[in-house]
Write a protein that binds this ligand. Sequence first.
Ligand code: AGP
Length: 612
Amino acid sequence: MCGIVGYTGPRAAYPIVLKGLKRLEYRGYDSSGVALLHNHHINVYKKKGKVAELEEATIGQDVQAHIGIGHTRWATHGEPSDRNAHPHQSQSGELAMIHNGIIENYTQIKKELESKGYHFKSDTDTEVLLNFIEDIKINNNCTLEEALRIALKRVVGAYCILLISKDEPDTIIAARKGSPLVIGIGKGEHFLASDASPIIEYTKEVVYVNDYEIAIVKPDELILKNLGNEKQTPFITKLDMELAAIEKGGYDHFMLKEIHEQPNTIHDCLRGRLLPQSLQIMMGGIENNMDAFINANRIMIVACGTSWHAGLVAEYLIEEFCRIPVEVEYASEFRYRNPVIHKGDVIIAISQSGETADTLVALESAKEKGAFIFGVVNAVGSSIARLSHAGAYTHSGPEIGVASTKAFTGQLAVLMMMALKIGYAKGTLPKDRYVQLMHDLESIPEKIKEILADTSNIERIAEKYKDAADFLFLGRGYNFPVALEGALKLKEISYIHAEGYPAAEMKHGPIALVDENLPVVFVATKDSYYEKIVSNVQEIKARKGKVIAVATVGDEVIPGMADDVMFVPDADEAIAPLLSVVPLQLLSYYVGLYKGLDVDKPRNLAKSVTVE
Ligand code: AGP
């Protein structure tokens, strides 16, 4: 959950590293720091707070260097503070290191080192690993690379580390297991980072470092080795994103920009795949593994957070159109519940970042048990994408805002195409319905444009309810997961306590919460549950609850009952989640904005949760 950046080459390292940290700040932002190596001397500057505070604190300091490493932190071991911020220096001061991940057996190693007289300046697992490496280097009288290899064979946990030494003036030694690392290849220079966003403006040629690999990086040399000290051939990938994709593009916040990008990102996701004219859905990952899906006794969907909500929508889609039983699993529970997995079981893994540790480790154990892993991922080249047997990218582009918006609708679009393709191939989805749903899906980008054309009503509603202490979000059928997603977005962005429920579940307890101070958001678009949801609205109104409804354009009943309404164009109930979630994304954005909160970097959160 931290951001890591490194540079070695002819340019001044500090400005490159600092700019890179700002690009990665969405990964973690409770403290940051840089280590700069110049004339066999390492200058370390680190500060609690955002990268801007580090920049402020470094004014007037010696930042000369052609090699540097930088870190923006999301605390796991040791509270956010200057002394726990990275980089850490070894006891001798010879080495400096940054780390993204968790060393689970660090207390044991720390005890061993303390018994040898080591003292620690911070509470972090990282400083323990660093001194462990130094201790091995001294006692084995070996190279830094060899010491690192020996140390990594002892540690348990996840890591991406960058290491520099006073004695190696132009070399960064890096290693990864579980936490992401990308290396950008320039002319006589190399860039290292947790993802491509700090690298894209310098080069499009990158190498995604694999688990258990060590990289020895010099300005004009990149060597990859495994922990067995065997050289690995770097696989160079060309980045297919533009710098503009990771800039705000005139919007005040990445979240608002990404909400407004959805007509284009969904269009990009459908392009070349959804071909209603030829009755085809082109998805190679499905096509090449159709038997696995058609013959599946069940499908398990594994994910976290917003991606888990997309999985819930997929449960309704796959069970209705493919008649295959689906179980939707919280990855963190699935991992340790020792689930019953049979060889050939199909697991759909959903992840925007492709680096979420809970999901990654759950998939690793399921894969060992013989499951077929199909990844629905946004980040190209990410760990979950590479671990999956097959998959489909959502093509939503880089998502910078911590609250997932365009990636969620990208996931829904991919999952809808998967369900339609498998259902039609399996013969459980009749042709006319298949065609009708394809056309409905194709019309979504234009319909979202209609919602985004005028958001003043949603802004008014956000202003009206921004001071509420609690919110309830209710929906039925396909709209139930949308209600959950609406509640999560509001929690993340506004820090208001919000819960999502199946609307009928209210009378089994939660309705006790209802009074004139409780805003209740109904996702009540026209669908097969409509009559039922109308009576649920009446139940809330009867108890003076304030009803905010997401309703279908042209509906007069729900608007007649609700206190406030956010309209969306009509669509088939199976496709409607792509529309009904948009007003909820905007509602949470504007409530957070009107409360003066940092909507792109909400407190206590990070974009990709790379530790368990
Ligand atoms: C959603 O807004 C949150 N950022 C979070 O719940 C997120 O969906 C979750 O951490 C899963 O991330 P992933 O899709 O990158 O795996």
